[in-house]
Design a protein around this ligand. Structure first.
Ligand code: 5GP
Length: 125
């Protein structure tokens, strides 16, 4: 079921469990502000999820409530992941679903990082 972006944070969501180490993940990067790991159901040759370590439902929640340090740390982490994975030269796509119309499934902010082939049109037409 798609996430209602206005709902309070649910600390039983799957990414909260990953952050607490209760569910395994294939980590590609982490620092004080962010964790990056491979998506369990990849939609491209490279499909990594980058999540903030803080408890934020979606982009709306994060952009309204996170500290400047958390926001800067998260944005820098996304860039670091792409650089460290060698994705800058051929390019990559970032996508963050927020709320019902976007079909956000997991109610913890995550940015999808897709790469590894020409990624086609931005949205299904
Ligand atoms: P959304 O639709 O919320 O933007 O994307 C959620 C993503 O989380 C999906 O691409 C899905 O495959 C991924 N996902 C869901 N559960 C797990 C999990 O337990 N581990 C990992 N690594 N990815 C997950």
């Amino acid at each position: 079921m798609a996430v209602d972006a206005t709902q309070p944070y649910d600390d039983q969501n799957v990414f909260a469990k990953i952050l607490r180490g209760e569910i395994p993940n294939k980590t590609v990067y982490q620092d004080e502000f962010a964790l990056a790991f491979h998506d369990i159901n990849p939609q491209a040759p490279t499909h990594v999820l980058v999540i903030p370590k803080g408890a934020y439902v979606c982009w709306d929640d994060f952009s309204a409530k996170a500290s400047d340090a958390e926001i800067a740390g998260f944005v820098r982490a996304v860039g670091t992941v792409a650089r460290d994975m060698g994705l800058v030269a051929l390019g990559y796509r970032l996508l963050a679903n927020a709320g019902t119309d976007s079909h956000q499934e997991v109610p913890h902010l995550h940015v999808h990082l897709f790469a590894g082939k020409p990624l086609g049109p931005m949205l299904v037409r």
